[in-house]
Write a protein that binds this ligand. Structure first.
Ligand SMILES: Nc1ncnc2c1ncn2[C@@H]1O[C@H](COP(=O)(O)OP(=O)(O)OP(=O)(O)O)[C@@H](O)[C@H]1O
Ligand SMILES: [Mg+2]
Length: 269
């Protein structure tokens, strides 16, 4: 187990939209929080999905994008507690409305802002920071990946998306040239339908195009309960019927922890 004082920042990213990044971010953060970790989930997507899902009110709160545009706003002003003591979140914030209508053009000050934000998150006493990013590897997402320790890539279990995975990993390796401590945790299959041939084959396909160590063993099934959970503003695990999915996310959490441990041990040698 990595030592508690080491703060780990994990970006959740993908080239394609709608593959389950926000769902993985929220539920993985919840799995870590249940395991006793002090967790901060950061919504670095101008769409503001994490806030909408976890507290529903966060559209009117200040958040990550306000911090980037207002140098007088402190880190503490944008952290929102949740019903769970070990889980806090930073919503995308009001500033993100502007970005959605104009597209986000990062400036040198944005780059510095993202870096200082992640640094503050690291020194604020959290064990794990999970950064939910917008699709693509440019703009704020790229800058976030320059500042995190590790990246996890959700991918929907459907044939078309799988083909682009080697490219995505190549692109991440390029980011690693700029951020050498970036650990590529791997790809996690989402929305898996075990009773649908195409979905199962997509899983095999993924394992055939990527090295074994880059595909997570845990797979997230497609379940209606995810839609129910976000409608009620909750991670799926808190719903009584969500126990099965809770287990899947706990497996994913353990796998992520193991991968981080291996790297940590190597660093100490
Ligand atoms: N395992 C699942 N089972 C069923 N529905 C799911 C699952 N994961 C995600 N969804 C649904 O699929 C849609 C897309 O998921 P999500 O918002 O997590 O993707 P995303 O990658 O964050 O999207 P974006 O690129 O727009 O940020 C949502 O409506 C979500 O509720
Ligand atoms: Mg999202």
């Amino acid at each position: 187990m990595y030592s508690v004082q080491d703060v780990i920042t994990i970006g959740i990213s993908s080239q394609k939209g709608g593959v389950g990044k926000t769902t993985v971010s929220i539920n993985l953060a919840y799995a870590f929080a249940r395991a006793g970790r002090k967790v901060l989930i950061i919504d670095a997507d101008p769409q503001g999905s994490v806030g909408l899902s976890l507290t529903r009110k966060t559209r009117s709160l200040r958040g990550f994008f306000d911090y980037l545009s207002d140098k007088d706003l402190s880190f503490k002003n944008v952290v929102v507690p949740t019903r769970m003591e070990t889980l806090s979140l930073v919503p995308a914030g009001k500033g993100s409305d502007y970005d959605m209508s104009n597209g986000f053009e990062p400036s040198p000050s944005t780059e510095a802002g993202v870096k200082s934000f992640l640094k503050e998150a690291e020194t604020a006493g959290y064990d794990i920071c999970i950064v939910d990013t917008a699709a693509g590897l440019f703009g704020v997402t790229k800058e976030a990946l320059m500042g995190v320790d590790a990246v996890l890539v959700p991918q929907q279990a459907e044939p078309l998306g799988i083909r682009s995975m080697p490219k995505m990993l190549e692109a991440l390796k390029k980011v690693r040239v700029l951020n050498p401590r970036l650990q590529i945790l791997g790809v996690v299959l989402t929305m898996v339908q075990r009773n649908l041939r195409e979905s199962v084959e997509a899983g095999y396909g993924l394992r055939s195009v990527l090295p074994e160590k880059l595909v997570m063993l845990a797979e997230i099934p497609r379940e209606d309960i995810f839609i129910k959970a976000s409608a009620r503003g909750l991670p799926v695990g808190v719903l009584k019927e969500g126990y099965r999915v809770l287990e899947e996310f706990d497996l994913l959490r353990k796998e992520v922890e193991e991968k981080l441990t291996v790297t940590d041990n190597l660093k100490k040698r």
